[in-house]
Design a protein around this ligand. Structure first.
Ligand SMILES: [Zn+2]
Length: 692
């Protein structure tokens, strides 16, 4: 589950949307109605445990066995989890708010009218179905109208402005300049591909081959829905596959993209024009409103060269086919039922093993949260996030910063010079708790109760302009990249801040009614996790001002790498499913953060409760409660298809290993449960991985 995810430095809403959409989980049909209050479950739930299991054998089973029993994966989900269930609870609650404000009544304020009318238009599925393919017709005609490839730049710019998508050879955005973090510059990203990862196009194993055959069938089916004959649709699908395979071959792997130096190539506009001569870049930027001065980050230059080769060697008709596919694939979920069904059949049913489409209300709540998240979030925070919780979490975060500073002082592998630098970075790290101080103003978006597609397009345009208007402006350090209701958290290396939306600071994660032990294990561990991202194998390459700068002595880098390799070697030994093992080069940053986070949370809890006579509760000692509280954030269940998909794409290890892989490295865990030296959850002292 996406606890504690961390965006890349070129953080933007698109990327975060990808991260957060997989949170969607779990509901029973009987509960399928809007609520006016959130259900309560404690941050240490005894019914979620399996006390017949031995924690020294399998801590995850001991802490979560009951939860897994009690929470079968719903038919409309690929996986379910503590985080996922809370997210659905939040959604159901937001549904209640939106039901209320979507009634066309005169007493609504401007914000309520905006989100209410947007929601009403989305829920009017009859109107969406009736519109059929009409909403994309004029864009299709624009593509079709190109008479030669000189119109390509303007057409791609138009399509990006319409969809804010990377489905048309590249995507555009803005970011903090990685070497000059007080400056916002434009960025040009490599294309997003129709299959979940570049490796799906290139790997020769039988499953990937089958994935490609099914993808071809899916693309052809979508072209048939657009009116193509069987033969024409088959040719179109082959064209899409040929072009995307070429682009995939020139794309960096997910592991390569984890190195910030691999995705930072600052160029001027004339340099870009020299690099890619085949496109009219002035037309691209004028159609989208991107100001390319003074610099652009060309995220993947090798990709751009291959893109140029593709454009040169493919016929105009083939290029049109590729653009049409990008359009229909990126808009499919907004169109009529036939398109939605076909999209679901491939991406959700086939690739993720989901048997039922989620109910319409969840789609619509997600869309409001995604496009108007701070307007909806304001209503959510007002009702569910008391100021005292914000203060409690801020205090916990302050403690965790402090124990990190103390640990840095005590590190025996780090030289005094690097220790000083590390503490400087830590001192500059800010925390953002709950919600933004300044709410985003969406009032310029025109929302029409009878035009769902138009609303989405206008809100998309608003977001793209907001992103691009930041270029050349001072960095807005108060900006959030997740909405307040989101059940997730992140570290942003360019801002050097840790961010915890209100949605992740509620029971059963943060629980003011519970004793300190499980809260430090759970939320304390999350705060520690995000903080350690600033010092994981990727985050450590940035300094306290968010600049890519090597502040490490060479011998300290070597010592850090040795510790990181210890973690990688450990996780690479864990099997996910079939013969698929964890790709520890991909999950390394998250695994390091998981381990360091709990170490920091433990120290902070010990400090907080020093001198207190803590008593056992529910036959668990305080120390045991800390570790069970920690483990229960990760309770989850997942379908085999989803496990395979996420093994290839998710930088987080499967939840079971995010618990068991951590506790084996913590001697206090062994003591807490009196584990034998040779128990599976115990490593010999000399084998323990420990960085921070
Ligand atoms: Zn993380």
């Amino acid at each position: 589950m996406q606890k504690k995810s961390k965006p890349y430095s070129s953080v933007n809403v698109r990327q975060l949307t990808l991260i957060t959409t997989v949170l969607v989980c779990s509901t029973a049909m009987a509960q399928d109605k809007p609520t006016t209050s959130l259900p309560y479950s404690p941050s240490l739930d005894l019914t979620s445990m399996d006390r017949s299991a031995d924690p020294c054998q399998d801590m995850y089973q001991y802490s979560c066995g009951g939860w897994i029993e009690n929470n079968p994966i719903p038919a409309d989900q690929s996986r379910t989890s503590t985080y996922g269930k809370l997210y659905v609870d939040n959604q159901r609650y937001l549904w209640g708010i939106l039901e209320d404000v979507s009634r066309n009544e005169p007493n609504r304020n401007a914000t309520q009218t905006l989100i209410g009318d947007y929601f009403a238009a989305c829920m009017n599925v009859d109107a969406v179905d009736e519109a059929g393919v009409v909403p994309v017709r004029s864009a299709m005609e624009t593509i079709e109208a190109m008479t030669d490839s000189s119109a390509l730049g303007a057409t791609i710019g138009y399509l990006i402005a319409l969809t804010d998508s990377g489905s048309f050879f590249f995507g555009l955005g803005s970011e903090q300049d990685a070497r000059q973090s007080d400056t916002m510059i434009g960025s040009v990203h490599a294309a997003s591909l129709g299959l979940p990862d570049r490796d799906y196009y290139l790997d020769d194993d039988p499953l990937k081959q089958e994935n490609r055959e099914k993808y071809l069938e899916h693309v052809a089916a979508m072209f048939r829905l657009l009116g193509d004959s069987d033969a024409a649709a088959g040719i179109s699908a082959a064209t899409v596959m040929r072009i995307e395979t070429a682009l995939a071959g020139a794309s960096l792997t997910r592991v390569e993209r984890r190195d910030p130096l691999n995705v930072y190539h600052r160029k001027s506009l004339p340099e870009l024009k020299t690099m890619v001569t085949v496109l009219d870049w002035d037309a691209v930027f004028s159609a989208t409103g991107l100001n390319p001065e003074p610099w652009l980050n060309i995220v993947q230059p090798a990709f751009m060269e291959e893109m140029q080769a593709v454009i040169k060697r493919e016929s105009l008709d083939s290029l049109k086919t590729y653009l049409k596919w990008g359009l229909i694939n990126s808009r499919a979920k907004l169109l009529s039922q036939a398109f939605r069904d076909q999209h679901f059949a491939f991406y959700s049913a086939y690739l993720e093993g989901i048997s039922e489409q989620k109910p319409r209300w969840r789609t619509c709540v997600s869309m409001v949260d995604r496009q108007l998240g701070e307007a909806l979030g304001r209503e959510f925070v007002d009702r569910n996030f008391p100021p005292e919780v914000r203060e409690q979490v801020r205090e916990m975060s302050r403690q965790i910063h402090q124990v990190m500073a103390e640990r840095i002082d005590q590190l025996n592998w780090m030289s005094p010079e690097t220790q000083t630098q590390a503490k400087l970075k830590l001192a500059k790290m800010r925390d953002k708790i709950g919600y933004p101080d300044q709410w985003r103003d969406y009032s310029s978006i025109r929302v029409d109760r009878s035009d769902y597609f138009g609303n989405v397009t206008r809100a998309t345009g608003f977001e793209l302009r907001r992103q691009l208007n930041r270029i050349g402006q001072p960095v807005d350090m108060d900006e959030w990249f997740m909405s307040p209701a989101t059940v997730n958290a992140y570290y942003n290396p360019s801002m050097n801040d840790i961010n915890f939306p209100a949605g992740v600071l509620m029971p059963p994660l943060y629980d003011p009614r519970m004793d300190a032990a499980p809260n430090y294990g759970n939320t304390g561990g999350t705060i520690g996790h995000e903080l350690v991202h600033g010092f994981d194998d990727e985050g450590r390459k940035y300094d306290g001002d968010g600049n890519l700068r090597d502040w490490w002595q060479a011998e300290d880098t070597a010592a850090f790498e040795k510790g990181a390799q210890c973690v990688r070697d450990q996780y690479a030994g864990y099997r996910v499913i079939d013969d698929i093992y964890i790709n520890a080069d991909l999950t390394s940053g998250e695994d390091i953060a998981d381990l360091g986070g709990v170490v920091l949370a433990w120290d902070a809890w010990k400090k907080e409760t020093r001198g207190l006579n803590l008593m056992p509760r529910d036959e668990l000692t305080p120390e045991q409660r800390f570790f069970v509280g920690f483990a229960q954030w990760a309770c989850s269940a997942e379908r085999p298809e989803s496990l395979r998909l996420h093994a290839a794409t998710d930088p987080h290890s499967p939840p079971k290993y995010r618990i068991n892989g951590v506790v084996v490295n913590i001697p206090e865990f062994k003591q807490a449960f009196h584990c034998a030296d040779d128990a599976p959850m115990v490593k010999a002292e000399e084998d323990i991985c420990r960085i921070w």
